[in-house]
Design a protein around this ligand. Structure first.
Ligand code: ADP
Length: 421
C-alpha cells in the first residue's frame, strides 16, 4: 500500500527504536537496512530506512539521506520524519542540520521542527535546553562521548552552526497551550523567516500536542518519541485507512538460538539470569578463538536441541574485555567475535533455527548482514525499544530480535521467548 509516513534514521538501533514505537499503535511498520537497491514494492504504511550516517562525513550523510528520501517518495510518502538520537548526537559540522536542510530543499519546504525529547527515557527539553534525567546534556555522560561529545545543552546553539538559515524556539509555555497555539507560533516564526524550530517537550502529553500540530508538515525531525502519536492521529483523521495492515504475527517454529556479543552491564545481568535457569550455554573466549577458530563452538551448536534455546555468548565483565583487547587489539577482538556470532547465526539457521535473539548493536549488524536480511517487519514489543521482527533469510521466514546493549530487563532472554508464544 502507499506509504503514509517515510522515516529515515541515522543509525540502526535508532531505527529499530522508532519502528517499535510506531508499531505500538498496532499498524504495520517495515524497516529497511540501508537504502533499498530495488524500487519500492510491497511497501507498508510506515517505512523506516536505517542508515549508518550519524558520524559519516557530512557530504556522505547528505547524499545517503537524499537517496533514502527519493526511495520513500517513490513509495508514495508525502510526509517524512528524520530521526536522530535523543541526545542530539552531532558535531559543529553536522550531521543533523545539514541533512535536515538537504531534505527541506528536496521537499521544497521552508520550515521544520527539532524535538529529540523522549520523556520515558529521561530526555526532556525546556527553553531549548536538553536534559538527560536531571542533568543538562553538557553535564551528562554525553560530554565524554568518543565520537560526538556534547559540550553545550542548548539546542539552538548546537543547531545554529550546522545550518544556513535562522533557528528559533517554540517553548513549553506555547506547547502547553495546545496544538492550535503551537501551529500559530510556527506560522509566526515562518513569517519571520525562521526555518529551524526547536520545540520544547517535557512529558508525553507535550509530544501528543506537537505531533498533532505538526503531523501534516512535509518534514518533522526528532527522536523517536515525537513520532509515536502519529499513527493514531493519521488513523483518526483518515490519512491512514482503518483497514491498513496490522502488526504481523506469522507462525514461526520455536527452534531458537540466542547470540550475545554485548558487554554492557545490563547484558551481563541478562546472561547471568539466563545461565541461572540452567539453559544450555557456550561461552566464547576471544583468545582461544584467535588461536583455534570457531570449529569448537560450531560443533557444540550442531549437537544442541534448538527447542531448548541455547545461548552462545562473548558477554564478559570489563576486566576480561580489557585483557582480551590488550592481547588482540580492540577492533580485532570485536571483529573476531562478531564474525563468530554471525557464523553461528548462519549455522543455526541451516540447522533449523527460526527464532534469533541477538544482543549488541554491532553484533546485530554483523548477524543481520550474515543472514542477508534487508527488510524487517516490526512485531510485538518485548521491552521498550526492542520489538520482535519478522523477515526472510535464505528463503525461510524467521523471527529476529535485536537488542542494543542497555535495553531490556534482566529476564530478557526468557521474556523474548515467551512474548512470541
Ligand atoms: P552494545 O550494544 O552493548 O554496544 P555491541 O555488539 O555494539 O554491543 O558491541 C560490543 C562489542 O564488543 C562487539 O564488537 C563485540 O564483538 C565485542 N566483544 C564482545 N565480547 C567481547 C570480549 N569478551 N572481549 C572483547 N570484545 C568483546
Amino acid at each position: 500500500m502507499t506509504t503514509v509516513l517515510g522515516c529515515i534514521a541515522d543509525d540502526f538501533t535508532g531505527a529499530t527504536d522508532l519502528a517499535g514505537l510506531l508499531a505500538r499503535s498496532g499498524v504495520q511498520v517495515s524497516l529497511r537496512i540501508g537504502v533499498p537497491t530495488e524500487p519500492p514494492k510491497d511497501t507498508g504504511p510506515f517505512e523506516v530506512i536505517a542508515l549508518k550516517s550519524r558520524t559519516a562525513l557530512v557530504a556522505e550523510a547528505v547524499a545517503e539521506t537524499r537517496a533514502a528520501l527519493a526511495w520513500l517518495k517513490a513509495a508514495g510518502a508525502q510526509r517524512f520524519f528524520w530521526k536522530y538520537c535523543s541526545t542530539f548526537d552531532s558535531t559543529a559540522e553536522g550531521n543533523i542540520g545539514p541533512v535536515a536542510e538537504a531534505l527541506m530543499a528536496d521537499l521544497g519546504t521552508d520550515q521544520t521542527i527539532y524535538c529529540p525529547a523522549f520523556p520515558e527515557n529521561g530526555r526532556a527539553i525546556f527553553m531549548g535546553n536538553l536534559f538527560v534525567g536531571q542533568q543538562p546534556l553538557a553535564e551528562s555522560p554525553m560530554k565524554d562521548h568518543p565520537l560526538t561529545p556534547m559540550r553545550d545543552s542548548n539546542l539552538m546553539r548546537l543547531l545554529a552552526p550546522q545550518v544556513t538559515q535562522a533557528v528559533g524556539l517554540a517553548d513549553r509555555l506555547t506547547v502547553a497551550q495546545g496544538a492550535e497555539a503551537l501551529r500559530a507560533k510556527l506560522e509566526a516564526l515562518r513569517a519571520q523567516g525562521t526555518a529551524h524550530v526547536v520545540v520544547d517537550a517535557v512529558a508525553n502529553a507535550d509530544l501528543e500536542i506537537i505531533a498533532q500540530a505538526c503531523r501534516n508538515m512535509p518534514l518533522m525531525t526528532g527522536g523517536s518519541a515525537v513520532a509515536m502519536p502519529l499513527p493514531d492521529l493519521y488513523l483518526a483523521d483518515g490519512t491512514l485507512s482503518a483497514d491498513a495492515p496490522k502488526v504481523p504475527a506469522p507462525q514461526v517454529a520455536a527452534d531458537t538460538v540466542i547470540l550475545s556479543g554485548s558487554c554492557s552491564a545490563m547484558t551481563n545481568a541478562q546472561v547471568a539470569a539466563y545461565l541461572a535457569t540452567g539453559a544450555p550455554a557456550y561461552q566464547l573466549d576471544p583468545l582461544s578463538l584467535a588461536q583455534t577458530g570457531s570449529a569448537d563452538v560450531l560443533a557444540w551448536l550442531a549437537a544442541q536441541d534448538l527447542t531448548a534455546a541455547p545461548l552462545i555468548y562473548a558477554t564478559a565483565d570489563p576486566d576480561s574485555v580489557k585483557a582480551a583487547q590488550a592481547q588482540l587489539g580492540v577492533a580485532e577482538a570485536g571483529a573476531l567475535i562478531e564474525k563468530t556470532l554471525a557464523d553461528c547465526a548462519v549455522a543455526a539457521r541451516d540447522a533449523g533455527a527460526r527464532r534469533f535473539i541477538v544482543a549488541g548493536g554491532e553484533t546485530s549488524g554483523a548477524v543481520t548482514q550474515a543472514l542477508d536480511v534487508t527488510r524487517l517487519d516490526i512485531g510485538v514489543e518485548i521491552a521498550a525499544g526492542v520489538p520482535w521482527t519478522f523477515c526472510t533469510s535464505a528463503g525461510q521466514q524467521i523471527a529476529l530480535t535485536l537488542k542494543s546493549g542497555n535495553f531490556g530487563a534482566e529476564g530478557f532472554f526468557d521474556d523474548a521467548q515467551k512474548r512470541l508464544g
